[in-house]
Design a protein around this ligand. Sequence first.
Ligand code: ADP
Ligand code: MG
Length: 588
Amino acid sequence: MIRTLSKYIKEYKKATFLTPMFMVLEVIFETVIPIFMGWIIQYGIKGNNETGDMPYILKMGGIMFVLVILAFVSGVMGAVFGSISSCGFAKNLRKGMYERIQAFSFSNIDKFSTSGLITRLTTDVTNVQNAFQMILRMAFRAPVSMIFALVMTYVICPEVANIYLVAVILLSIALALIMLAAKKYFTQVFEKYDELNETVEENVNAIRVVKAFVREDYESNELKIAAGKIYKMFVKAENAVILNAPVMQITIFSTMLLIAWFGAHLVVSSRLDESQLIVLFTYSMNILGNLMMVSFIFVMITLSQASAKRIAEVLSEDSDLKNPENPIREIKDGSVEFKDVSFSYKKDSAKPVLSHINLSIKSGETIGIIGGTGSAKSSLVNLINRLYDVNEGSVLVGGVDVREYDMTSLRESVSVVLQKNVLFSGTILDNLRWGNMGATEEECIRACKTACAHDFIMSFPDGYNTKLEQGATNVSGGQKQRLCIARALLKKPKIIIFDDSTSAVDTATDAKIRAALKSDAKDMTKFIIAQRISSVMDADRIIVMEDGEVNGFGTHEELLQNNMIYKEVYESQTGANADFDEAKGGEA
Ligand SMILES: Nc1ncnc2c1ncn2[C@@H]1O[C@H](COP(=O)(O)OP(=O)(O)O)[C@@H](O)[C@H]1O
Ligand SMILES: [Mg+2]
């Protein structure tokens, strides 16, 4: 995990290296200062003559002043480099994760969930950034400072140093126990964060639906529950961490008392100088203060461990769709063949979503696909441009297995108008060109005419330069669908797939689009998934999907003759026999 993350320090290696260096320098200067203090008292004030040795005091005072400045400068430099390296590290992590996510396949994204990825990109990176800075600045400084101070106290008075040692050991044990308890809760907090983000994302995305159904209260409640869970976990974790402070205080003050008591005895019996006792006190503050720092570092590490793990998971996740060694870039034609294809979203699920599909489709054919929701129509077509890989069998495009193609070339040639499609914020023209940067305005207009989008676009005051808002909220559902169709057409693919792409378009326009496609997109192989039988009945052949299997495949006339499902749907939708449905109900 550390190795995965540390690769992203990249250009900030120098700053990362300099931070602890400056911090250690600061420690060295700080540790030396009390020695001069001791000398001033011992030789300057208490020296041989009554009035003290003023020049000596000034000289030592001057040196101390310079040391303080040096310590200060080192501290500031350490802080500056610490910020540079930690912010840079966070930037690289986000960039790295974002690039990985772009390479993810649909099933990779399914695995992490969108909201999970957002938490990882935001909160988790921030945690790691803070911890990284803390570690760079303190993880070297605190122990080094503590060891220096301990050595110095041993030199001055071993008996007193032993008190520290015992205190340090006892305190370390107490802190370790506290951290262990806190760690358990912190790990759980982040899972709850995912839940919270999921609720927020879903709700904000669907805010119009929520309002339409007057479900604000219910949704607020959902958020309250998710936020409440985080609150509980955090309180538990913080409760454990907060024990740090009293434990620290008790140790510090009892150590001070012990040193005062013990030191006083030593001074009285002339085994210790007063000046040395003062120096010892200074070091004791130093040691215990650093111990407090160490405990704080432990909190940070514990907190960030869970986050670091979650970031590393994204960074080391391999896209499960890979380009082959020697990819084929040329797609010969738009023929499609399914050879005994089985597929499921989760590799270990008992029942496959698609089982044993065999289909052979010629280039240029128009294929209708009909079937109930969940009958795996979308799953079937998503295999053609390799959004998912099959579990068994193979899908051939242009006579070649899709896994042998370069993925970009394949997806250039197979255009899908997804069931859940999005337009981006920007002008209509930007959105149309999104699939094909080089498209001329004329080509855009022609595609829009085919998709029956030209007329409504021209009715906007700004025409093709009309700005779409995020989520295309300023056009209707049917208009959005037609823009998506035009965008897909502009890629001039060999195969074009419409996954329920005209569900929000009225029947007359739907028919117009199909007629236009017939003449303008003659050479393309067209797949039309639809709920309405009228959308598919004039296709060359029609696939009837039922529960992940091909129930029928043929022309409209053939299916009417020999496919029960098709016949039923046809009759119920065309109303050719209104009573038929009920009569039929008993038989089916
Ligand atoms: N991304 C996904 N992850 C897991 N299961 C899915 C996913 N998409 C669809 N499914 C499941 O696969 C089955 C077929 O879905 P789908 O192909 O979308 O059907 P249709 O398009 O005919 O409505 C359904 O049972 C659905 O729950
Ligand atoms: Mg579907």
